[in-house]
Ligand binder design. Structure first.
Ligand code: ARG
Length: 458
């Protein structure tokens, strides 16, 4: 006879290799707390609806609580030969309280049980990501405040384009991460619906109250179709997609940090506690954290692809394929969590070489647009001013000069509209300071962005 909970139908023990292959306890044991919490809500509802006696309901709830305490204190070890966490907890309960334990699974299937456990776990763990994102945005705002006046070259095509402030550049990442937080909010609204009570697939003949368990577990509603309740994994896919976006943002940020740490730029330097050396080259200081974040982005995309592919073409309702959902979702969560935990302090402790930024901004004619705008303000049509400034730049390149190094006569040989004012107009600090349009790079505008962002995450 089999020793499984489904033993009745079987005449033999499950093959050992198949047992290992089939078991999910190594990764779903992570949901022990959520499994017990959901079972307590279920047992409570069974008692209140008169499906089991009030006495049995109390015994079950008390038994489950002792199991939770014992797992948490280390008194009870999880048995990794069990089929999954659900089976383990139920068997342990019956071991502890006897026959009443055998009534817990009334009007429930592991199919709705695993769905509710998984949702509760993802909801809890996404909350951690939310907090970590808030911390990172706060550090970005602090740094942006510090460097709101620090002029650097802004790039397009990685070619020097227009002067910006480093604070402005930093706030870009705060905007991306704010959107990620709002994606998590949206996700939670959609996913926070209880599948408990869907049964195996078709519901149950017992007079259950799904609203009661949904409420007890902090869900805003219960799923309205039992087949959908047990066969839906959209929420895992959506979460992995939000996590992929977070990683994409972190990897863009990482790439810029890697670039800015190079000797070719030397715009920033990482704190020694957040950089690493080389085994052979004594001079090296490498930005390994950011490279790993960039690398791990692929891993999280992989988790998303795993989930999407696993669900593709699955017939209704539960299929064992779906057991593969947990490792992928947990890996994505763990990876993002780990990345955020190192990224935030790394950013907090990095130092900025404002002189190098300023120096790089002084080369590459990044004030050319301002020169053209100067002529426009004097009455020249923009396209004409644009062409004339292009000719000025060409002249400067030929003569190894920057725009601001031309004499007034030289400027005036291109257009009579030039006067002394051109030098202020193309001064780099002025160029940045004047971009006060909403969302622009001017220090005042950056400070507004910081204030707005801080209000968003309050
Ligand atoms: N360990 C399973 C999972 O993670 C639980 C659900 C099993 N249900 C079943 N009918 N075999 O998906």
């Amino acid at each position: 006879m089999s020793n499984k909970l489904w033993a009745g139908r079987f005449s033999k023990q499950l093959d050992n290799t198949v047992n290992d292959f089939n078991s999910s306890i190594r990764f779903d044991c992570r949901m022990y707390k959520q499994d017990i919490t959901a079972s307590i809500a279920h047992a409570d509802m069974l008692g209140k609806c008169g499906i089991i006696s009030a006495d049995d309901s109390e015994k079950i709830k008390a038994g489950l609580k002792t199991i939770l305490t014992d797992i948490e204190s280390g008194k009870l070890d999880i048995d990794f030969s069990a089929e999954d966490i659900h089976t383990f907890v139920e068997a342990e309960l019956t071991e502890r309280i006897g026959d009443a334990g055998k009534k817990l699974h009334t009007a429930r299937s592991r199919n709705d049980q695993v769905a509710v456990d998984f949702k509760l776990t993802l909801r809890d763990e996404a909350e951690n990501i939310y907090t970590l994102l808030t911390e990172l945005i706060n550090v970005i705002c602090d740094n942006a405040e510090k460097y709101a006046d620090t002029v650097m070259p802004g790039y397009t095509h990685l070619q020097r384009a227009q002067p910006i402030t480093f604070g402005h550049a930093l706030m870009t990442y705060a905007m991306m991460l704010l959107r990620d937080m709002s994606r998590l909010d949206d996700w939670k609204k959609r996913m926070n619906v209880s599948p408990l009570g869907s049964g195996a697939l078709a519901g149950t003949t017992h007079p259950i109250d799904r609203e009661m368990t949904a409420k007890a577990l902090g869900f805003s509603d219960y799923t309205r179709n039992s087949l959908d309740g047990v066969s839906d994994r959209d929420y895992a896919i959506e979460l992995a997609s939000v996590l992929s976006l977070i990683m994409m943002h972190l990897s863009r940020f990482s790439e810029e940090i890697i670039l800015y740490c190079s000797w070719e730029f030397k715009f920033i330097e990482l704190d020694d506690a957040y950089a690493t050396g080389s085994s052979m080259m004594p001079q090296k200081k490498n930005p390994d954290i950011t490279e790993l974040v960039r690398g791990k982005t692929g891993r999280v995309y992989g988790d998303l692809t795993t989930l999407l592919t696993m669900m593709k073409g699955l017939p209704l309702a539960y299929n064992k394929d779906m057991q593969e959902d947990k490792e992928a979702a947990f890996d994505a969560l763990d990876t993002v969590k780990m990345c955020l935990e190192v990224f935030t302090p790394m950013l907090r402790t990095m130092t900025v070489n404002a002189a190098n930024m300023r120096n790089a901004a002084a080369k590459g004619f990044i004030n050319a647009t301002d020169c053209a705008d100067y002529l426009v303000k004097k009455g020249m049509p923009f396209r004409t001013a644009y062409k004339l400034t292009g000719e000025l730049v060409f002249h400067c390149i030929e003569n190894g000069k920057a725009l601001e190094e031309l004499t007034l006569e030289q400027f005036r040989s291109f257009s009579e509209l030039f006067d002394d004012g051109i030098y202020t107009a193309i001064d780099l600090d002025e160029c940045a300071k004047k971009r006060i349009s909403q969302g622009g790079t001017a220090p005042d505008s950056v400070r507004e962005q910081i204030e707005w962002t801080r209000n968003q995450i309050k």
